[in-house]
Design a binder for this molecule. Structure first.
Ligand SMILES: Nc1nc2c(ncn2[C@@H]2O[C@H](COP(=O)(O)OP(=O)(O)O)[C@@H](O)[C@H]2O)c(=O)[nH]1
Ligand SMILES: [Mg+2]
Length: 295
């Protein structure tokens, strides 16, 4: 669901800087391809994925002489092939488990998602499973008020799985449509905290075995290569279904999406691009590629 979030045409992605210079060249030689390789790496596309893109391009070019415009077309096709669209489940009732590092935008995303659901008449419950930070429930409570969603909070330092338990009970009792669980931020390298996520997920599956759970990782679009490591380790701890890229109104370079798709096979489902409640949109692969190649 949630494909009802409107795709606005507003340009919110940053482009691959300097790429226009390459595309304006009348002919492309090896030195230009090296320049493109460097540029993709600088844009956080990652070494392995960049190498893969260059190999594919070279295969396509073969012995032909091509112009910068031809290269742009070929690159656009290759980048698009790397992006795997997220298939939204068709079920009417969905549980979102939001995970990610501190400050990656989970709580803000939870609020925006709740707003979108409520404005489409979906009965929505927000669960403040971040019992670690004293300020966390208050922060989510503001989003609950703004969006019109119900709110379940625990006590400070309560086991987050037990708050999630209460949320699941409420979901059943209220016959709600969406359960949006906001968890405490954690570093991908802290094994205990990562295991806690798996425990939370098991608890949801146990109580609500017949419902679709979307485990969604929020990634700060400005963090670059570190985001790749986050996605990799979070995915190992508890399988991620999709990513929400946040802070896309910032200075991120955009290449990380290709590395995550290509090397980890995790699709991006949402883009969050500001602090206002309606600054959320569905990720559109074609639009994304066009946007970063055109400046
Ligand atoms: N500019 C911008 N700021 C954001 C966005 N999403 C979150 N923030 C800000 O980033 C900070 C951390 O966000 P928060 O949702 O609390 O992250 P959490 O720790 O993962 O729950 C807050 O100051 C938010 O207002 C976004 O898409 N754009
Ligand atoms: Mg938070």
């Amino acid at each position: 669901m949630f494909n009802f979030i409107k795709n606005q045409l507003q340009k919110i992605y940053t482009h691959f800087s300097r790429i226009a210079t390459i595309f304006s060249k009348p002919s492309i030689d090896q030195a230009t391809l090296n320049e493109l390789e460097q540029l993709l790496i600088e844009a956080d596309t990652g070494v392995a994925t960049t190498r893969f893109i260059l190999e594919q391009l070279k295969k396509n070019i073969g012995t032909q002489s091509i112009s910068g415009t031809d290269l742009k077309d070929l690159l656009s096709q290759e980048l698009l092939k790397l992006l795997k669209p997220f298939t939204f489940p068709q079920e009417n009732k969905i549980i979102y488990l939001l995970i990610g590092i501190n400050g990656s935008g989970k709580t803000t995303f939870a609020g925006k998602l709740a707003h979108s659901a409520v404005s489409h008449h979906k009965k929505t419950i927000l669960v403040a499973a971040d019992t670690f930070r004293a300020a966390a429930p208050g922060q989510l409570s503001i989003w609950a008020t703004k969006s019109g969603a119900s709110l379940i909070v625990g006590n400070p330092n309560q086991d987050p799985a037990s708050v999630v338990f209460a949320g699941c009970q409420q979901f059943k009792n209220d016959n709600a449509d969406y359960l949006i669980i906001d968890t405490a931020g954690r570093l991908q390298t802290k094994i205990n905290l990562m295991n806690e996520l798996a425990k939370i997920k098991r608890s949801i599956i146990k109580q609500l075995p017949d419902y679709t759970i979307i485990t969604l990782l929020t990634i700060d679009g400005m963090l670059g290569q570190n985001s790749f490591q986050q996605a990799k380790l979070f995915n190992e701890a508890t399988k991620i279904d999709a990513i929400a890229l946040t802070k896309m109104d910032g200075t991120g370079k955009g290449g990380i999406v290709f590395a995550i798709n290509h090397e980890l096979n995790i699709p991006v489902a949402y883009l969050s691009y500001g602090e206002a409640i309606d600054q959320l949109k569905l990720f559109n692969c074609e639009e994304y590629v066009q946007s970063i190649l055109n400046q």
